[in-house]
Design a protein around this ligand. Structure first.
Ligand SMILES: C[S@@+](CC[C@H](N)C(=O)[O-])C[C@H]1O[C@@H](n2cnc3c(N)ncnc32)[C@H](O)[C@@H]1O
Length: 331
């Protein structure tokens, strides 16, 4: 443990000042390839060192604030072609930051919807070990390809081998339905869960510009056509129920007092705007007595394309943020 970590801190390896910065209710999300030129990490580090010389380390940290924590900590690999084939990924930079906030080194991270493997790459970045579950073979192959390209040690394992692989320091990728996989895992075996679940079947429904652009490039606009894919459940209430089943198992495999972060965005379907983040928060709390919502961080995605939706006829918002729902297992 670093000298600056409070001896009472059982959650992470951050100093109290670093932890304070992370409690802000919004983070500026920067995809790796979106950083403006002037935010050169080396220059920024030099600037931080200069500030520390002038004002002392604590004041320098304060002045760098959000900037230092979101830019200087991340060495995530740039977005690659394989990742771009998946229709709905999150940024390793943001996930590594969550992992730093909610785990100690040597703790085990789980993502039950690992998609293109971003969480496993974020684990490698944050020096933690992860287990990822993915239903669709195409995305398992993409995740494997990304791990290999980044030279991150991993094993494509059967369910029963996952904890063993993780104990030996290899990230474990499981090709399975997440509900079945979680049901086969022992209780209280992981330290942190971070995931982004499917957004109902919205990928198929939306006729948005972004989807049209993907189609134009010959890229998939939905995860799969499998009936087991939660992204293909037609009815919204049934979808929430089935997602709730997965979170019941997540609560069981998570150690008591530990955290689960769910990254979600709201969405529109036709004329209706769905507060998906609120629906997920409700379903998780309703179905799990032990899981309690502890907070919500807004991930500002200011560098996304802005489309003139609805203008000049009606209001249609550009959704340029996601929510990180933060739950803790209380007992
Ligand atoms: C929002 S994406 C996650 C993307 C991931 N965070 C990334 O950065 O690549 C949701 C993933 O859940 C997968 N999925 C859908 N239903 C599933 C199920 N029943 N079991 C496991 N994975 C499932 C989809 O194939 C998709 O890759």
């Amino acid at each position: 443990m670093s000298d600056n970590v409070d001896p009472r801190n059982r959650v992470n390896e951050l100093t109290n000042r670093e932890w304070l910065i992370e409690t802000k209710s919004f983070w500026r999300s920067q995809a790796e390839d979106d950083l403006p030129d002037w935010l050169d990490p080396e220059l920024l580090e030099q600037f931080g060192l200069w500030l520390a010389e002038q004002h002392g380390e604590e004041r320098a940290r304060e002045m760098m604030g959000q900037l230092s924590s979101s830019v200087m900590w991340s060495k995530a690999p740039p977005r690659d072609k394989l990742k771009a084939t998946h229709p709905a990924t999150f940024s390793e930079r943001d996930i590594a930051r969550l992992i730093h906030l909610f785990t100690k080194p040597d703790q085990l991270v789980l993502d039950p919807f690992v998609g293109s493997g971003s969480t496993l790459l974020a684990c490698a970045e944050a020096d933690r070990v992860g287990i990822g579950i993915e239903l669709i073979e195409q995305w398992v192959e993409v995740a494997s390809g990304r791990m290999e390209a980044a030279e991150v040690p991993y094993r494509l394992v059967e369910l029963e081998e996952a904890l063993g692989a993780a104990a030996e320091g290899a990230h474990a990728l499981i090709h399975a339905d997440s509900l079945a996989a979680l049901q086969a895992m022992p209780a209280e075996c992981v330290d942190f869960i971070v995931t982004s679940p499917p957004y109902w079947s919205i990928l198929q429904k939306r006729g948005e510009k972004a989807a049209q652009e993907r189609e134009g490039k010959g890229l998939p606009t939905q995860y799969s056509e499998s009936a087991a894919d939660l992204g293909n459940v037609e009815d919204y209430e049934e979808f929430l129920e089935r997602l709730g089943d997965v979170f019941v198992e997540c609560a069981r495999v998570l150690r008591a007092k530990h955290y689960m972060c769910v990254v979600v965005s709201d969405f529109r379907h036709g004329p209706q705007f769905h507060l998906y983040h609120a629906d997920v928060a409700r379903i998780v709390e309703e179905r799990n007595e032990a899981l309690q919502l502890k907070g919500l961080t807004v991930l500002v995605q200011d560098s996304k394309n802005l489309y003139p939706l609805g203008i000049p006829y009606c209001f249609v918002g550009n959704i340029h943020h996601q929510f990180v729902l933060i739950f803790q297992r209380m007992s």
